[in-house]
Design a protein around this ligand. Structure first.
Ligand SMILES: *[C@@H]1O[C@H](CO)[C@@H](O)[C@H](O)[C@H]1NC(C)=O
Ligand SMILES: *[C@@H]1O[C@H](CO)[C@@H](O)[C@H](O)[C@H]1NC(C)=O
Length: 554
């Protein structure tokens, strides 16, 4: 068994590298065998999903989970309104295929999982008759345990009907610890083993990777050329910055520290060759994905560089698009009203929501705030501005940091003007979001910044570090828009140094009320780009393309 596996994987890698006809065909033949072997399971799953009892297929899903309340009291999902008709055709209510989601860590509860579950929710609404299968390695977790965690963690209610978990037994192959040397390559080969494990359980009609396993998608294409594939990429497995960082004269900022100049000498040369080879392989694999979504413009640019030419060669002409992860924008819009009338609810508060972690740079914000107060006080100011530092304290290290920040507050003579809000509840957070004027973010090169989107959705005027996602993706100028909607213009301020932050605080706080309201409205309008509805719409556009491909193939 092990040797067959090795042989199979080797021939797969060779086929991608050489791509002669023979290898293409060997893939197809192997695919046919694998498909034949899992047909029974597939039929049982489909039948079970279509029968009203629905849940009899559970016995297929190790560990044997027989939850009595499987179809118990789950709320019908329906919070997102989706168009029922698309190009004049019914929106796929009738489509009965199997969509396989490759997400071996589906119970991890992180940002990547939020995307997975939001995608599944949207898919469920658009394709109610489709069978959704999640390939996961979370053996310890039963279906109902996973679904209730999804509910608690992400507030996403999913009915168990037509949703199945298939448990993979080879997940350790993708752990970095399994591959102390050549980790990138090792993990990628591991993902092939894992994907093979998945396909031997069930071959889906559409295969979607939501964790960044491009090699797994390519394997799917090799074995089952008729199965359309999709990928949602959070982060490129190898980035062009990494390659650049090996050159001493590199301009890459991100990775300079770790690898700067490591490209010189024999060892460096070997490393460079290895990385280049891997990048080439990764590009080949990525080129096989039919629908590519990325979570940010940064990732999009990198994936475009890596996969673009291969995709072009294979005539995959649909663009690699940015589909931002969903943020609870709708809820904030509902809870917090932004208008001229509510402007009187806003206090001169600057709100900084962030965990108490070194990279959040609270010290610099405190210093900037101190000099801002000094500058802005003497003229008779009716209310003195106040800085609110809101964050969760999860460990002793966090408590120590809060203690030190309090000391600094004292030193800067800010005790009366700074409030620490530790572990506030969501209703409290909402209250501060609704009553503050400015939202602050001090982190350098934050990849995204969900918190900043929340500021904008709540109508705060953002002051963020001029770097990363907050600068490039979120606090950007908006165009168009009616006057009642704030019109065109900026949605906040960027700053890099304490002095610039001080200036930005000043500019934001001293805007006339009318201008403040306009900027709030613009920020809110801008935040809609990251809403759940926006995510669902874009996700479904891509999925519709895959369903269409599948239909055309019969
Ligand atoms: C994209 O994913 C990466 C890796 O998980 C993360 O660091 C980044 O913040 C994400 N970007 C967005 C826009 O969520
Ligand atoms: C903002 O980012 C710059 C780098 O662009 C960094 O040097 C600076 O310390 C950051 N400032 C704050 C207040 O976080």
């Amino acid at each position: 068994m092990a040797s067959t596996l090795v042989l199979l994987l080797l021939s797969f890698l060779a086929s991608v590298a050489l791509a002669p006809l023979a290898f293409r065909y060997s893939g197809k033949v192997l695919g046919l065998c694998i498909r034949a072997r899992s047909t029974d399971r597939r039929n049982i799953l489909l039948e079970a999903s279509q029968s009203t009892e629905g849940q009899t297929a559970i016995h297929l899903e190790k560990p044997a989970l027989r939850d009595e309340d499987e179809d118990g009291d789950w709320e019908q999902v329906g919070s997102i309104e989706l168009p029922a008709v698309e190009n004049g055709k019914p929106a796929g209510k009738d489509w009965r295929g199997v969509i396989g989601f490759f997400h071996p860590f589906c119970n991890a509860g992180g940002g990547g999982e939020r995307v997975l579950w939001a995608a599944i929710r949207a898919t469920r609404i658009r394709y109610p008759s489709a069978v959704l299968v999640i390939y996961t390695g979370d053996h310890g977790a039963t279906k109902s345990a996973i679904l209730s965690r999804v509910q608690e963690r992400f507030n996403i209610d999913l009915e168990p009907t037509n949703l199945h978990f298939l448990y993979l037994s080879t997940r350790h192959y993708v752990l970095a610890s399994t591959w102390p040397h050549f980790t990138l390559l090792g993990q990628s080969i591991g993902s092939l083993v894992l994907a093979l494990d998945a396909f031997s359980l069930l071959v889906p009609d559409i295969f979607v990777d939501t964790m960044g396993y491009a090699f797994a998608v390519a394997l799917s294409k090799w074995l089952f050329p008729d199965v359309p594939t999709g990928a949602y990429v959070h982060y490129p497995t190898i980035s062009t910055d990494m390659l650049d960082s090996l050159t001493p004269s590199s301009t890459a900022q991100d990775h300079r520290g770790v690898n700067a100049g490591a490209g010189t000498g024999a060892k460096g040369l070997a490393k460079r060759k290895y990385w280049e080879l891997f990048a080439k392989l990764y590009s080949r694999m990525g080129g096989e994905v039919d629908a590519v979504m990325t979570n940010s413009s940064w990732t999009q640019a990198h994936i475009q560089t890596l996969w673009g030419s291969r995709r072009k060669k294979l005539r995959r002409n649909n663009p690699i698009s940015v589909v931002y992860p969903p943020v609870a924008v709708e809820e904030l819009e509902q809870e917090i009203i932004v208008s001229r009338d509510t402007e009187s609810n806003r206090k001169p508060y600057l709100l900084y929501i962030a965990q108490f972690r070194p990279e959040k740079n609270h010290e610099l914000i405190l210093e900037a705030f101190a000099s801002f107060l000094k500058e802005s006080q003497p003229p008779p100011n009716p209310t003195v501005p106040h800085l609110l530092l809101l964050g969760s304290v999860r460990s002793d290290a966090d408590s120590t940091r809060v203690y030190n920040l309090r000391l600094l507050t004292h030193e800067l003579r800010l005790t009366e003007h700074v409030t620490f809000l530790c572990d506030a509840s969501w209703p409290e957070v909402l209250q501060y979001l609704g009553s503050s004027t400015v939202g602050v973010n001090g982190m350098w090169n934050e990849h995204f910044g969900i918190g900043v989107v929340e500021y904008q959705a709540a109508g705060l005027i953002s002051v963020v570090n001029a770097s990363g996602g907050p600068k490039n993706d979120i606090v950007v100028d908006v165009t168009g828009g009616s006057t009642e909607d704030g019109g065109a213009g900026r949605t906040g301020f960027h700053a890099s140094t304490a002095a610039e932050y001080q200036e930005a605080f000043m500019s934001a706080m001293e805007l006339p009320d009318g201008e403040k309201v306009k900027m709030r409205l613009r920020a809110r309008r801008n935040a809609r780009r990251f809403s759940e509805a926006e995510f669902s719409g874009k996700w479904l556009d891509h999925l519709a393309m895959l369903v269409d491909m599948r239909r055309r193939k019969g």
